[in-house]
Design a protein. Structure first.
Ligand code: SF4
Ligand code: SF4
Length: 64
């Protein structure tokens, strides 16, 4: 699960990851910002640095 920690965007040399804000799924909690990471297909070179950097294993590699 992505916790919006920003580690993947820091290691990505190709600006292929962006963080966006999304509403929290739980109705019993409130937080100001719920950030998630999104990998952009075109600029991604498949270097895998983000996969290695993510503390929650939220990124997986797929064939394309
Ligand atoms: S995908 Fe992983 S490294 Fe990137 S913001 Fe989410 S939790 Fe952090
Ligand atoms: S695999 Fe893609 S998104 Fe991940 S660090 Fe490399 S270029 Fe960036």
């Amino acid at each position: 699960m992505c916790i919006g920690c920003d580690q993947c965007t820091i290691v990505c040399d190709d600006d292929a990851i962006e963080l966006y804000d999304t509403p929290l799924a739980s109705p019993i909690m409130e937080i100001d910002v719920n950030r998630k990471a999104r990998v952009l297909r075109e600029p991604c070179t498949g270097c895998k640095l983000c996969v290695l950097a993510c503390p929650t294993d939220a990124i997986i590699m797929i064939d394309r």
